[in-house]
Design a protein around this ligand. Structure first.
Ligand code: BJW
Length: 235
């Protein structure tokens, strides 16, 4: 019988780093080149929407060229082959989990490939198309109200009720490639611990919340994640 019956996996930018996408807080990370207050807050967007739209248009174009790496693929294998349930909650806005075949997935910080209309609140897939100040909402026909469907600082992440419900029931919580600095995701390990779950961090280096995990394995995601998934599938 499998050791755990309900697994929650939290992923962050470090998971996609070896697919060629920048993390946020590493030495050459996105926040070393951009001020998050200007590009990742509602206030920054109100001050200079063109700057924010261009920042995400550029990142959306980068996504056209990326491929899932061995860690994304291993997590999909876990979801497909593990005898218990596996929910992946990603902070990443890239499409790499679904490109690897993930099905039970929550994008808590939104998706770069979607746009959100602030007039009618419709969310829509746009693929790699740019959003501009002239973009017209296909649902309500309002121009200039479409923004990237991503969660900025000060905004409520998506599907929090479902996530907290899963954390309250899980018996294994795995955190991968995240610095543990951004809430509410940074608080998930404490939530899972309160439910009595075993908690594991798989990260290049100890994260901010490292001391809260019962187990830690440090190394590159493409190495430590497939090895950890193999271990789970063998037990
Ligand atoms: C590798 C690797 C390899 C590298 N292999 N590993 C004071 C106290 C507490 C909270 C707050 C506070 N003041 C404000 C807040 C709230 C705020 C917050 O947390 N701020 C902190 C900075 C203090 N949070 C919010 O506003 C959130 N909303 C909210 O709280 O609503 C209220 C609420 C309350 C209660 C319940 C529910 C809700 C919203 C946060 C939105 C974050 N948005 C961003 C941008 C999204 C769009 C975009 O992508 O542009 O999300 S910011 C950015 O950070 C992005 C990421 O998803 C997020 C996390 O980053 P992540 O993934 O951890 O990346 P890094 O770069 O930090 O770390 C990468 C890690 O990988 C590193 O450790 C590397 O070592 C490792 N790594 N290569 C393995 N190859």
């Amino acid at each position: 019988m499998a050791q755990y019956s309900k697994i929650v996996v939290l992923t962050g930018a470090g998971l996609s780093a070896e697919s060629g996408l920048h993390t946020f807080r590493d030495k050459d990370g996105i926040w070393s080149k951009y001020d998050y207050r200007e590009v990742a807050t509602p206030e920054g967007y109100s001050r200079n929407p063109a700057l924010v739209l261009n920042f995400y248009n550029e990142r959306r174009r980068q996504n056209a060229h990326v491929k899932p790496n061995a860690a994304h693929i291993a997590l999909t294998r876990l979801e497909a082959e593990y005898p218990g349930s596996v929910l992946t909650v990603t902070q990443n806005i890239d499409p790499l989990h679904e490109m690897a075949g993930a099905k039970n997935l929550i994008h808590m910080h939104g998706e770069i490939a979607k746009a959100f209309c602030t007039a009618c609140r419709m969310r829509r897939k746009i693929g790699i198309a740019d959003i501009t100040l002239e973009t017209v909402c296909p649902a309500c026909s309002t121009a200039g109200k479409m923004r990237p469907d991503v969660v900025w600082f000060g905004e409520m992440p998506y599907e929090m009720d479902t996530i907290y419900d899963a954390l309250g029931r899980c018996d294994l919580f795995i955190s991968i490639g995240t610095s543990g600095t951004v809430y509410p995701a940074a608080g998930f390990v404490a939530e899972a611990s309160r439910s009595g779950a075993h908690t594991v961090e798989l990260n290049l280096e100890p994260s901010e919340g490292a001391s809260e995990f019962k187990e830690a394995i440090h190394g590159r995601a493409t190495e430590v994640v497939p090895a950890y998934v193999d271990r789970l599938l063998k037990t």
